[in-house]
Design a binder for this molecule. Structure first.
Ligand code: TRP
Length: 329
């Protein structure tokens, strides 16, 4: 049976883009799985420190992400929900894998290419995809729910697995595949480009009503007046509204756009109200979970034990093929 695995970097509260493209689809898959195969959901705190300023907020951000997964209904009995740094075996595997992947190829990773001309980039940013491959291959995961920006990283993980297996002459690792729904390939942020934390164009549906409203008011529009007819297919408010509303509501909104006499401000308010209405249970759960740090710690502790158990067995198995037979294990 195929293992599922996904991670989210601990750099803040997951925004609407993360929630729709990764969190909800993963939970839908994980919660209906039967016994016998594993689902790994983790918080990528080791990855988050490639920006060293994240270190101060790491604990809070881990809590934020933990509470988000739980608020959206992740079943932690059905899955292995853990913090990456609780299973440091992954860094050992990252080292092994790095020896099987050509340096030149890694220089082609978008995440590195984008930043490489900046003065201060660190080696961690460069080897980021290797640690990500280790996350996946350590648990022999095959189905990897991710956003579109991560597709190249999954490809790198596939390549590494392939090179390793070929060199060793055994299928030590299965080749992972990305899992991504077309509909959520490109979720627009407030400026019409892809929603992302680093661009500050995101909508944080787990923030207070005031902050949420402010973010929605930032959505860029053309400057048509209230009376004018508007194009529902070329509008960033509408493209978000469509993702979270039932059909009838979408049709009604489209009509209003086409008929004119409906302003962007009203559309923004409608989007705001739809978010509050659709996610009210999740928001309430999030706000109460985030206050209960000891419960969050307990859940992560439970998950770390399960993950570590599997990781130790797997790393021992992998070491064997590298002729490392530790006298201590
Ligand atoms: N790089 C991913 C992101 O920024 C997070 C991540 C780390 C991940 N390791 C992973 C995702 C393994 C899937 C599988 O979103």
């Amino acid at each position: 049976m195929e293992n599922i695995l996904t991670g989210i970097r601990s750099t803040g509260v997951p925004h609407l883009g993360n929630i729709l493209s990764v969190i909800i689809p993963s939970i839908n898959m994980v919660n209906k799985r039967k016994k016998g195969f594993f689902s790994f959901i983790f918080i990528a705190d080791l990855h988050s420190i490639i920006q060293t300023e994240n270190i101060q907020n790491i604990k809070n951000n881990v809590y934020n992400i933990t509470a988000t997964w739980l608020a959206f209904g992740l079943n932690t009995e059905n899955s292995i929900f853990y913090r990456q740094s609780d299973v440091p075996e992954v860094t050992e595997l990252a080292w092994y894998l790095s020896c099987f992947f050509p340096y030149q190829r890694l220089t082609l990773a978008h995440s590195f290419k984008k930043e490489k001309d900046k003065k201060k980039i660190n080696v961690g940013l460069f080897t980021y995809p290797i640690l990500m491959a280790a996350d996946i291959l350590l648990y022999n995961a095959k189905i990897i729910p991710v956003g579109k920006d991560q597709l190249q990283h999954i490809e790198i993980a596939r390549r590494i697995a392939y090179f390793f297996n070929k060199r060793i002459g055994k299928e030590v690792f299965s080749l992972p595949n990305p899992y991504l729904q077309e509909k959520y390939m490109f979720i627009t942020g407030t400026d019409g480009t892809k929603m992302s934390k680093s661009k500050n164009n995101y909508i944080d549906i787990l923030s207070s009503n005031e902050i949420l409203k402010k973010q929605i008011m930032k959505i860029q529009t053309d400057n048509k007046s209230l009376e004018e007819k508007k194009n529902p297919d070329k509008d960033y408010i509408m493209s978000l509204y469509k993702l979270i509303s039932p059909k009838e509501k979408i049709e009604k909104m489209k009509e209003k756009y086409i008929n004119g006499g409906y302003g962007y401000l009203e559309a923004k308010i409608a989007l705001y109200e739809q978010i509050i209405c659709k996610f009210s249970a999740e928001r309430n759960r999030f706000f109460s979970l985030i206050k209960n740090k000891s419960l969050l710690d307990e859940i992560l502790f439970h998950g770390a034990k399960k993950a570590k158990n599997i990781a130790i067995k797997r790393i021992n198995y992998i070491r064997k093929y590298l002729n490392f037979n530790s006298l201590l294990s």
